[in-house]
Design a protein around this ligand. Sequence first.
Ligand code: TYC
Length: 114
Amino acid sequence: MLQGLLMMSDKPDGGGEGTSVVVETRTRTQRPPLYKVLMLNDDYTPMEFVVHVLERFFGMTHAQAFEVMLTVHKKGVAVVGVFTHEIAETKVGQVMDFARRHQHPLQCTMEKED
Ligand code: TYC
């Protein structure tokens, strides 16, 4: 947010003690770039594990998670969330870590939104 402070003079020569005037300027809040987090299908990760991942790391209800898991299973890939770069990176790391610890080949990636 930008806000200007304009110093104005009430004297003809522009000198002397200035009068402070707070000027409202146009506020343009920049939106950060967003990243899609994608879940990839594979032949080995159990369906229930993927459902659990979607509930645990993406805040989905069981019904939502089951639906998204089935979309990945049928189509090969699905967007499971859209986040800022740092949050998306964290989610991908959490999923990959959790899958590896359970010895499942589940893959999760991120991609910049257009
Ligand atoms: N295809 C897996 C199976 O049949 C299930 C699965 C769904 C795996 C989604 C990964 O991202 C995934 N057990």
